[in-house]
Design a protein around this ligand. Sequence first.
Ligand code: L34
Length: 291
Amino acid sequence: MILISGKEVAESLKKEIATEVAIWVGEGKRAPHLVAILVGNDGASQTYVGHKEKMSAEVGFRSTVLRFDADITEEFLLGEIDKLNRDPEVDGFIVQLPLPEHISESRVTEAIDPRKDVDGFHPVNTGRMMMGMPSYLPATPDGILELLKYYKIETAGKKCVVIGRSNIVGRPMANLLSQKGWDCTVTLCHSRTKNLKEEVAQGDIIVAALGKAEFVTADMVKEGAVVIDVGITRVASDKTKSGWKLLGDVKFDEVAPRCSYITPVPGGVGPMTIISLMKNTLKAAKKEIYG
Ligand code: L34
C-alpha cells in the first residue's frame, strides 16, 4: 500500500507556481490578486480560507479576504460580486461555500464573471469543461487528477467509481475521468443507487465524495484498488486540544491494507484543492483561458 501524500505533491507544485509568479512579476507585471469572500463564521470555512490566504502569500500572490456577517442580504452580496467583476486589480475571486440558507448559491455562482471564476463553478466554465474546452477546472477534482498524475497511476480503461454527485466534486470528477487522456469507465453512485456496495466493489479507482464520515468500509473495496478520500468531517474527540478531529469518507484503518494507493485525511486531497485554486488564479492573471 502506498500512502498518497497530498502535502508533498502540493509542496512540489507550489514551488513550480512560485517560480512562474516570480518570472511574471520580474517582467514588470502586477502580482496575481485573489479575493475570497467569506460569509458568516463557520469554523471549517475559516480554516480553509485561511489556508488559501497563506498559500497565496507563499506563491507570491496578493490576496484579500472580504469577511461579512451571516445576516447580509443576497442583494448586498451580489453588489460586492459586481464590484469585484469590474475591479481591474482583481484577477480572480471565490465565494466560499456553504452560504447561509437565505442566500441562493446558484444565483451567487452565476453572478461571478466566468473570466474571474477561479473556482470553476460558473455554468460557463462547467459547460466548457464538459466539452473539453479551455476552462477553469473545479479545484478538488483537478487536485485529484494532479495526484493521479504525480503517482503515475494508470487510468486508461480502468473502472472508476465516484460516490457523491455534488456540483463541485462528484459530477465534475466523473466527467473529467471519462474524458480523453484519462479514459476511465465511470460509474457515478449516489444516495439512490441500488446495490451500492456491489457497485463500489467493482472500482479499480474509488473516489469517495459523499460527505459521510467513514462510509466506505473494507468489504466495499476490491483488493488492489486506488482509493481517493475527499470527505472531511469534524467529529468530537477528547484526544485533541481543539476538541475535534477530522474523519474522511473512508474507514481508513480497515480499507488501507487492501489498497494499492490511498489518500489520508488530512494531508490528502485538501492541500491539492488549495494548490489548484492557485493554478487557476495564475491562469486568470495571465489571461490564459479567455484571452
Ligand atoms: N467556493 N467553497 C468554494 N470553493 C472551494 O474550493 C471550497 N472548498 C470546499 C468547501 N467550500 C468551498 C474548499 O476550499 C472544501 N475545501 C477545502 C479546502 C481546503 C481543505 C479542505 C477543504 C484543507 O486544507 N484541508 C486540510 C485540513 C484542514 C483542517 O485542518 O481542517 C487537509 O489536509 O485535508
